[in-house]
Design a protein around this ligand. Structure first.
Ligand SMILES: *Cc1c(COP(=O)(O)O)cnc(C)c1O
Length: 637
């Protein structure tokens, strides 16, 4: 790898290795001709991402932006269903699979509608966790047998709406998340004269693995205990409503990285199903919840950003475990339901970030004022260290330079060193470190003391975006996403970089990057050329990131484009404008006309007092008004 990077050109396969593309791409992205990153939606359907961006720029769409590929959503859905179909066939499972899309993972219109529409042939349903989500789910055009699951805590209106849904001809199932919900559902259903279909969510004893371990286990927030479950069954039996209980539901957590945890949870769920059947409850659906993980770093391990299994192993595990459990007890096989959200949506979207500047200890093009007369011995010593530095003595030089730097600070504080001399020592120190970094980059073994050096010396690539708006999970829980330059992938990248956003928050940075063995502290990038845009793609961000965002510093939703790829190119199906400043500001309780009026008054006053000319006042008001309708990100940069 290292020697490859020294060459003038980089082959597509070396570039792919460097950024791990084949390991995480799901088959949807590749490095193509001319070193351009391509999206791939079929055997002969591929398009360089920079071509799409160029077209959007021509149409006046500003960056940052999100590119969405509905075809990838359709393909994920197809692959998940195909995996279950294959598993059923392989093991002789006697019922079918019908998934449910939990819309909390991404409620964007195009996502929900694409999955609902494309899901009709698989009887794919939707899952709502709140009244607002139910409002969206009720109007989706899903297959009549597809499930509409109502999870989450519920009030009267939530339940009323869910019951009306049954009258609309939807297969609505109300999941009881806590024991007291039963009384509420029974009361409202009697008032309305509509019989419910009920699901029981129970507290799994089994726990997942990774970030959401606590979604399962006895301390879980949702679900009924075993005794509560039996009590619900008893109540329903007494009322002659046992037949309304149609689903057992559990959820072991999201991004469960270890297939063994899935197997244990499904085993427990299947056994619960069997037991309820034996008590005479004719449960029809066994819902194993979410948890199907996405391999963000491509390592195929149980590391939190990965998964030690794929779609087929997941389907095989669910199908086989349920089948085995049912066979032992001779009960009929239930319809299998999963609420896989992350695995359906992560791949379909990517964020395009323009790099707008590069700063760093070795990057600033400073010209130091020359030193007068004989240089201070410290300066002379540092110059000599820099000149004699080689692979043979880099360790000694490193410690000598560090010690000189300490001395420099002491001397400066005591007034024995001028500010110009200090600047020279600092600059020489940075150059020495940079040279050492270049030396150790080519070594097979790097001593521990030097491991942090690349990070210390890394350039900061300033990108026009807000981490809090666009990648909230990286900030909140350290989620990792593959990041790759979208062009020049045939050129060896020569800089080690970290990324920073344009918010004023020092947390607005990315210093952790995917790696097959570990997590990398820096990302290898190209030197940015003047006058030539340099775009980074953040991939696999279609699950959760789109909808958990916050408007820190009042950076709003970014522009997005929905793109369909064909053999002859691509079509931009839709451009959805990001939020204008006015929208974000009004969310904070201000009103734009009022703000304008206030600004106008201020300008008038300044004009009356002679601080502004009439033209200046006019220009100020015009700029202010334009800002209110502008994109919240940097535009002419
Ligand atoms: C969040 C959630 C899901 C989605 O989980 P993924 O891991 O994204 O598939 C499914 N079911 C329930 C109950 C959830 O809370």
């Amino acid at each position: 790898m290292k020697s490859v990077l020294d060459k003038r050109r980089l082959s597509a396969s070396d570039a792919a290795d460097l950024y791990g593309v084949p390991t995480w791409n799901g088959g949807y992205f590749q490095i193509g001709a001319g070193g351009l990153m391509e999206v791939v939606t079929g055997e002969r359907e591929r398009v360089p991402l920079p071509d799409i961006i160029a077209e959007l720029r021509e149409r006046g769409v500003s960056l940052p932006l999100i590119l969405r590929f509905p075809q990838i959503l359709e393909n994920r859905l197809e692959r998940l269903n195909r995996a279950f179909a294959e598993a059923r066939e392989k093991f002789g499972y006697e019922s079918h699979y019908q998934g449910v899309f939990p819309i909390k993972v991404n409620q964007r219109r195009v996502v929900v509608e694409t999955l609902a529409e494309a899901g009709a042939r698989f009887r794919t349903g939707v899952e709502a966790g709140s009244k607002a989500e139910l409002a969206l789910c009720l109007v989706q055009d899903i297959h009549p047998e597809a499930l509409l699951c109502c999870n989450g805590f519920k009030d009267d209106d939530f339940i009323r709406l869910a019951l009306w849904g049954r009258r609309l001809g939807k297969n609505v199932v109300i999941t009881l998340e806590k024991f007291t919900e039963l009384a509420r559902v029974l009361r409202i259903s009697e008032e309305m004269g509509i019989r419910p279909a009920l699901g029981l969510r129970y507290k799994l004893h089994a726990q997942g693995s990774g970030q959401w371990e606590d979604s399962g286990g006895d301390r879980a927030k949702f679900g009924l205990s075993t005794s509560e479950m039996l009590s619900v069954t008893q109540s329903l039996r007494e009322r002659g409503m046992l037949d309304t209980l149609v689903m057992v539901h559990c959820h072991v957590g999201s991004q469960v990285t270890d297939i063994r945890k899935i197997r244990t949870a499904v085993r427990e769920a299947a056994q619960t199903y069997v037991e309820l059947r034996e008590l005479g409850v004719e449960i029809r659906y066994l819902n194993v919840g979410g948890g199907l993980a996405v391999d963000y770093d491509g390592s195929k391990t149980s590391f939190y950003a990965s998964a030690n299994y794929g779609l087929q192993e997941y389907a095989d595990t669910v199908v086989y475990t349920v089948l085995e459990t049912c066979q032992q007890a001779s009960v009929p096989h239930p319809v299998l339901v999963s609420e896989s959200g992350r695995a359906l949506t992560a791949h379909h979207a990517l964020l395009v970030l323009p790099v707008i500047d590069v700063v760093g200890p070795t990057k600033t093009a400073v010209t130091l004022p020359p030193l007068e007369g004989e240089p201070h011995t410290l300066v002379a010593d540092m110059r000599e260290l820099l000149e004699t530095l080689s692979v043979k003595n880099y360790r000694e030089v490193f410690y000598d330079a560090a010690s000189n730097k300490d001395t420099m600070h002491s001397l400066f504080d005591l007034g024995y060193l001028s500010i110009t001399e200090r600047a020279h020592v600092e600059e020489l120190y940075n150059r020495i470190l940079a040279k050492i970094a270049r030396i150790i980059r080519d070594l097979d073994y790097v001593p521990d003391d030097f491991e942090d050096l690349p990070k210390l010396l890394a350039d900061k690539y300033i990108c026009n975006f807000s981490l809090f708006q666009s990648l909230p999970d990286h900030w909140a829980i350290g989620a990792l996403f593959p990041i790759v330059p979208l062009s020049r992938l045939d050129e060896p990248p020569t800089r080690d970089a970290t990324l920073v956003d344009i918010t004023c928050d020092s947390d607005g940075k990315i210093e952790k990057f995917i790696d097959l063995r570990d997590v990398k502290a820096t990302l290898r990038l190209h030197e940015v050329r003047k006058g030539e845009p340099y775009y980074l793609g953040v991939f696999l961000m279609g699950a959760y990131q789109d909808v958990l965002a916050n408007a820190h510093n009042l950076f709003g939703r970014v522009n997005e484009a929905h793109v369909r790829v064909s053999e002859d190119g691509f079509t931009v199906e839709r451009i959805v404008n990001g939020q204008k400043a006015r929208r974000v500001i009004e969310n904070m309780g201000y009103e734009a006309p009022q703000l304008r009026a206030w600004l106008f008054e201020e300008a008038e006053e300044a004009r009356a007092e002679g601080r502004l000319s009439a033209e200046e006042a006019e220009a100020l008001v015009a700029t202010y008004n334009a800002e209110l309708v502008g994109y919240t990100y940097l535009e002419d940069i």
